[in-house]
Each structure stands twice: as C-alpha cells, then as structure tokens.
Design a binder for this molecule. Structure first.
Ligand code: SAM
Ligand code: SF4
Length: 329
C-alpha cells in the first residue's frame, strides 16, 4: 500500500475533514460578525466528502476528525458518519463540535459509529459565553455535554480558547468542570487565522505557560507522556481521571511530530494549518473527472509541498487570511 510520507519523513495518519463552513455561533476569535458563507455549489457533496475520506484511508490514514464550521449544522451528516465508520483501516472517527445540537443528535451519532467527541466550551458564565460566541446559549451546550455522556461517549475532550480579559480568570473553574464531568480539557492559544476586528490578538494571547501557572494554584498537575495523536501536550490532574492539554502554537511549535493534513469543505487539501500550500481536489474531481487512482497519485505528490513548520510568530511571515471555520479547526 502507498503511504503518505512528507519530505521530513513524517507519516500522515490523521485527516481533519471540514464538512461545512457554516455555524450557528460566531465566536469572536474564529469568525467575523457578518460572515459570508460559501455558495452551495462550492461545497463538496456528502458523497464527495465520503470519497475523499475513503481515498485517504486507502493511503494509510487511521484517524479522521469531522470539523467545520459546526459539523452538526450540515444536513444528513449522520449519513456521512455511517459511511466513514464502515471504512476498513479507519481506527478512529472523531468530531469537534460546539455542542449546541448534541442534545438532539448525540444518540444518533453514537449509533452511527462516531467514536469520539471534542466539545468547545470557553466559559461557564451564560452572559460571557454569549459574548464570546456572540449568539451562543451556554445551557444548550451543557445539555449537549450531558447528552453525549448519556449516549455512551467516553473520553470526551473540552476545548477552551483563552483570551485575556475575557475568560482567563476561568481556567481553574473549567478544569474543575472537566473533572466533575469526567472529561479531558485542552486549552488552545489563539491562532492568527482570518482578519478579526474584535480584539488585538497580540494583547489577548494567554500562553499555555501562564495558564499552567494559574492552574498550579488549585491543582496538582503531573506531566504526562500520553498523546491522543493531536497537538496537545498533556498533564494529569492528580486524584482524577482528567487530563489537561495545552495546544500551544505560539509558545511550543508542535510541527516536529505533525501527522495530519486538512481538507476544507471546498475540497482544498491543506498541508499545514499555518501555510497556504494546497491541492484542489474539487477541481480534480469535478472538472477533470479524475479516477480514484489519479486522485491518490495527486495526494501523494501534494505531500511533497508539506512545509516543515508554521510561522505564526514570525512578524514577516505571510498572514493567513483563512478563518479557522474555513480551514477546519
Ligand atoms: N464548531 C466546532 C467547534 O467550535 O468546536 C468545530 C470547528 S472550530 C473551528 C474547532 C476549534 O477551533 C474550536 O475548538 C475553536 O475554539 C478553535 N478555534 C477557532 N478559531 C480559533 C483561533 N483563531 N485560534 C485558536 N483556536 C481557534
Ligand atoms: Fe463556530 Fe466553532 Fe468557529 Fe465557534 S469556533 S464560530 S462554534 S466554527
């Protein structure tokens, strides 16, 4: 079997597949308030998404994460979940969700074979949650987390983006919540993706080191060597099952062991979160009617474009104008 290996000898085992650019929230670090979403014709059909997933699995990808935008606003997503769980060679199908629709959908997703869920949760105060997400309803997300547990999802991970002056005083409460609800939690440094006018990202950045220091006042955090195959570095909260992860694109470059690529909902294979190198799979499929074999060859070749690292902290580096919701977080 041909496997995906980049020029730095990194084996690609993990695909993040964006199923929509749309969302029912407008988080201040992720989207502009008046987002222009893609016309339907630009977006891959569920069948095209399934085809791409199948090709990547045939090239040795073992883990797929469905993301977006908010995956659960995509119509008939459960069909796609069912298609993917049937793929031989796929070890894990995961999803990152904002949780708003999980109360209604968790059981169906579980029954369709979805194995893991990451749920974003930035604040435990309803008014503040609303401010950070512009429109979000904290109760709906909390109900979604409860429903995910009830549906049998285990190893749920919460994701929190921490912004100075907005929710940096909540890091200990968020960890306590994770412990009380048998979840892991990852704190994510805000990344400079897309142009936002809401706040100055240089001022809002709270580094992982600072968060860890704050947590040390309330928790005994023990370094852990565990990895879930993503960019988080983990610590375990002594006396609980909860792990605290830190995704630190600024303070720790996580590129050295990068094992992943992304496909946007327009079918652009992105080789790196922080660079624009890409391959247009949609054009190959729709305009050139490429066969599976031709697509596989193009993907293998595109891997040669995978850069060694991102340059989020290099002031001279080209800025990424894609929003995270377009990239597939
Ligand atoms: N809508 C889903 C959600 O919010 O979980 C999935 C897509 S979202 C783009 C995936 C993750 O990216 C979320 O955890 C979100 O907090 C994070 N994210 C979005 N914009 C970001 C940014 N500029 N920097 C760091 N993380 C970001
Ligand atoms: Fe939507 Fe997720 Fe972006 Fe928030 S982070 S606006 S929930 S896509």
């Amino acid at each position: 079997m041909t496997l995906l290996v980049d020029p730095f000898n990194r084996r690609i085992r993990y695909l993040r597949l964006s199923v929509t650019d749309r969302c029912d929230m407008r988080c201040v670090y992720c989207m502009a308030e008046d987002m222009q979403f893609l016309p339907k014709a630009s977006v891959l059909s569920l069948e095209e998404l399934a085809r791409i997933a199948r090709l990547f699995v045939s090239l040795g990808v073992e883990k797929i994460r469905l993301t977006g935008g908010e995956p659960l606003v995509r119509q008939n997503l459960v069909w796609l979940v069912r298609e993917l769980t049937g793929l031989e060679g796929l070890r894990e199908l995961a999803m990152t969700s904002n949780g708003t629709r999980l109360a209604a959908m968790a059981t169906e997703l579980r029954e369709a074979g979805l194995q893991r869920l990451n749920i974003s949760l930035d604040s435990l105060h309803p008014a503040r949650f609303r401010e950070m997400t512009r429109v979000g309803d904290l109760d709906a997300v909390l109900a979604g987390i409860a429903a995910a547990h009830a549906a049998g999802f285990s190893g749920i991970k919460l994701n929190s983006v921490i912004l100075r002056g907005r929710n940096d005083d909540e890091v200990a409460d968020l960890v306590a919540f994770a412990c009380a609800h048998a979840c892991d939690i990852s704190f994510i440094e805000e990344m400079p993706l897309g142009r936002i006018d809401e706040h100055d990202r240089r001022e809002s950045l709270v580094t992982s080191a600072e968060i860890r220091e704050r947590l040390a006042a309330s928790f005994d955090l023990r370094p852990s060597t565990e990895s879930t195959g993503g960019p988080s570095r983990y610590w375990r909260v002594a006396g609980s099952e909860t792990r605290v992860g830190f995704i630190s694109p600024h303070s720790h470059n996580f590129c050295g062991d990068c094992n992943r690529v992304r496909v946007t909902v327009e079918g652009r294979l992105l080789l790196c979160l922080g660079n624009e190198h890409s391959l247009d799979l949609r054009a190959l499929m729709r305009e050139q009617g490429a066969s599976d074999e031709a697509l596989r060859e193009a993907i293998v070749e595109a891997l040669q474009l995978k850069p060694e690292r991102h340059h989020f902290d290099d002031a001279d580096a080209p800025k990424i104008v894609r929003f995270m919701s377009m990239t597939g977080g």
